[in-house]
Design a protein around this ligand. Structure first.
Ligand code: NDP
Length: 298
């Protein structure tokens, strides 16, 4: 069997197109421009890349982008003050604090200082609770992107066996919650899981969010299963012509061996990554619509 490739890049472009249309309507009919504020503390290179591309795409769909770049030594009090100001700013509908934060800052404290209505990452404890009880919330972008691809590919995923590998607050746990809300039978696996391979082998849907390059191999996958690869890992790829080291991006899934067994699979790059940013933009428009008592995008 050769798996269908779930093209996250193309799907994300479609989602961004719809976001752009909604933004245009908000402007034309109500004179409102949604605004997304991104706060970056320090100079982590990967975070800088993410923040730059988030800013670029925010502007491309017609929204306002506000970037707050703070020194790596910024105190907790200063960061909390910035968040307080953004919470109070009516032009800002979404606030995202880029993680990870430097060690001296308490991420939980900082995230929970964001107004839950503007928490477009969906990490505030109120949003986590709302999602867990099936109420209207802000849904974390990466798991939301995965769910949208699963729904697009399968239509309904009700009754399917899903295994999520990884139990982080930002990917694994909300992913499992979303799959449960969509009536999957969900197993959450992690580093202490016994017989991981056998557990994964029973899954109709596998979501790998581990942070270990190409860990999941084809012999773990049930014939015809759908494999969603959340991992983003940069690995060595020999040397460039000029002798400098070369790297390449791989997921948590060994693509070639899994694609030979799976029914459908997301590639890395071009799978979950682009959907994450598209969902961030969609969440910002949703937050803006809710803040103004207007119809939300579907
Ligand atoms: P974390 O490091 O926070 O969590 C990793 C999880 O994997 C933990 O629950 C850990 O278990 C589990 N794990 C680690 N090793 C094993 C193992 N050998 N067997 C089974 N489980 C294991 O990572 P994140 O959730 O933040 O991210 C996961 C991956 O997704 C990373 O590659 C990250 O770069 C990527 N990512 C991609 C995004 C995108 O937009 N595409 C967005 C966010 C993340 P335990 O809890 O027991 O330690």
């Amino acid at each position: 069997m050769t798996a269908t490739v779930i093209d996250g890049k193309a799907f994300a472009a479609k989602v961004r197109g719809k976001v752009g249309e909604h933004v245009a309507r908000l402007k034309a009919d109500h004179g409102i421009t949604p605004g997304l504020a991104v706060v970056l503390v320090g100079e982590d290179p990967a975070s800088q890349v993410y923040v730059r591309s988030k800013g670029k795409m925010t502007v491309e769909v017609g929204m306002n982008s506000y970037e707050h770049k703070l020194d790596v030594n910024t105190s907790e009090a200063t960061l909390l003050k910035v968040i307080e100001e953004l919470n109070a700013d009516p032009d800002v509908h979404g606030i995202l604090v880029q993680l990870p934060l430097p060690d001296h800052l308490d991420s939980d404290l900082v995230i929970n200082a964001i107004d839950p209505a503007k928490d477009v990452d969906g990490f505030h404890v109120s949003n986590v609770g709302l999602l867990g009880t099936g109420q209207k919330s802000m849904v974390p972008c990466t798991p939301l992107g995965c769910l949208m691809m699963l729904r697009e590919h399968h239509g309904s995923i009700s009754g399917m066996n899903a295994v999520v590998i990884g139990r982080s607050n930002i990917v694994g746990k909300p992913m499992a919650q979303l799959l449960l809300n969509d009536s999957c039978t969900v197993t959450i696996a992690h580093s202490r899981t016994k017989d991981l391979q056998e557990t994964v082998k029973r899954a109709d849907i596998v979501v790998a969010a581990v942070g270990r390059p190409e860990m999941v191999t084809g012999d773990w996958i049930k014939e015809g299963a759908t494999v969603i690869d959340v991992g983003i890992n940069r690995i060595d790829a020999g040397l460039k012509d000029d002798g400098s080291p070369k790297t390449r991006l791989v997921g948590d899934v060994d693509y070639a061996s899994c694609a030979a067994v799976a029914g459908a699979i997301t590639p890395v790059p071009g799978g979950v990554g682009p959907m994450t940013i598209a969902c961030l933009l969609a969440n910002t428009v949703t937050a803006c619509s809710r803040a103004n008592g207007l119809k939300e995008p579907e």
